[in-house]
Design a protein around this ligand. Structure first.
Ligand code: AMP
Length: 361
């Protein structure tokens, strides 16, 4: 078993599980710090494979390949959370995995995650376990109005979710999940959505970015804007929420807390993403240390970088065929394209960040 008493020095190798755009931007940030990366992905056409020294293409539960991966790396992280827990546990026996298996397990299941958030004394939507039609009936009865039924595991970008307005719809939605256990959440009539992207170092140091305001279209993030409409007191509250969560998980690395901002100004936690986050992409241009560099620093045991924002920013995702307009986009901001061959509808192909002079923090 390798341990990490000291930081991974320049020339060392950080392992990244998942070769999508997040893995790609993590690898680019690592390269800037003189660190190498080895990327593990379940297919050979991963966008991140284009920018890394070493690659492994194998299923995520292939223990032999995970062993070889552990041998090649000084520390390992991941860019998406829907990984088989037993595979990560196996990996963690051979090489430091940051964030650890505890943080991953806690955030992989919506019921465990929401219960954890509630125990910390933080606000969240009301929620009920729903594994059977009888539970769906019971849970809907306890809701005061509409709800959202969500599968407990493996949901992203609105997948495994259904808005329900009556008991019959709740039961039908549960059936459409084909036996997958679910939770029913009360529908939050929020004013807008925001998020905090924050980091915790191996020594417990904490750094949070200014929370952006996030707009979604068809369940996919369209735009993140900083500064948001949050008041300075709400910004501090949002960062304090992230700190409470990071400390409770003994977290190492970057994570995001997605928030609903209620009409009265209350901040409700929607979910925790145990990884770098789409709503933090603007930090590449608008902060001295981006979320990607910050994550690599934390995973490698380096001091955290400065998260302060030196510009206002708007980040927009480039989705599907929108990437065909790359020449126009290239002329209108900081363009990032992820090297994906096929522009399928709903696929994140890149993003564009526009900066403006700093108005306020
Ligand atoms: P999630 O997969 O939980 O991040 O949900 C995706 C999106 O669905 C959120 O960003 C919200 O726009 C919406 N949403 C999720 N949960 C709720 C809720 N309880 N009330 C209202 N809208 C929700």
């Amino acid at each position: 078993m390798k341990t990490l008493q000291k930081p991974v020095p320049p020339g060392g190798t950080i392992g990244i599980i998942g070769g999508g755009q997040l893995g790609r931007m993590l690898a680019l940030a690592a390269a800037r710090l003189g660190l190498k990366t080895c990327i593990y992905n379940d297919t050979a056409d991963a966008p991140a494979f284009q920018v890394t020294q070493q690659t492994i293409a194998a299923p995520y539960d292939d223990l032999a390949q995970l062993g070889a991966f552990a041998d090649a790396c000084d520390a390992v992280t991941f860019e998406f959370e829907n990984l088989p827990a037993h595979a990560i546990a196996h990996l963690a026996e051979h090489v430091p995995v940051r964030p650890g298996t505890h943080a991953l397990a806690m955030t992989q299941d919506r019921l465990t995650e929401k219960s954890f958030i509630e125990k910390l004394g933080l606000k969240t939507a009301s929620f009920f376990e729903v594994s059977s039609p009888a539970q769906a009936r019971d849970a809907f009865g306890k809701l005061n109005g509409k709800g959202i039924l969500k599968t407990r595991r493996f949901g992203y970008d609105g997948k495994g979710q259904a808005k329900v307005s009556n008991v019959e719809e709740a039961i039908k939605a549960l059936e459409s999940f084909k036996g997958a256990p679910a939770i029913l959440e009360g529908f939050v009539d929020f004013s807008y959505e925001a998020s905090v992207v924050a980091a915790r170092g191996a020594d417990g140091a904490f750094a949070a970015y200014d929370p952006p305001e996030n707009e979604h279209e068809h369940h996919i993030l369209r735009r993140s804007t900083v500064p948001s409409r949050l008041t300075p007191a709400q910004v501090e509250e949002a960062k304090a929420i992230a700190r409470t969560i990071g400390d409770a998980l003994d977290y190492v690395g970057v994570f995001a807390v997605e928030l609903f901002v209620g009409s009265e100004g209350a901040l409700l936690v929607n979910e925790i993403a145990p990884r770098v986050h789409n709503s933090g992409h603007w930090t590449i241009e608008a902060c001295a240390c981006s979320q990607f560099e910050q994550h690599i620093r934390a995973v490698a045991g380096w001091p955290l970088g400065d998260p302060r924002r030196h510009a206002d920013a708007v980040m927009e995702n480039i989705i599907g065929a929108e990437a065909d307009a790359w020449e126009t986009l290239a002329g209108s901001g900081a363009l990032h394209l992820y090297g994906k061959k096929e522009a399928r509808p709903g696929r994140k192909m890149g993003h564009l960040t526009r900066l403006k002079p700093l108005t306020r923090r």
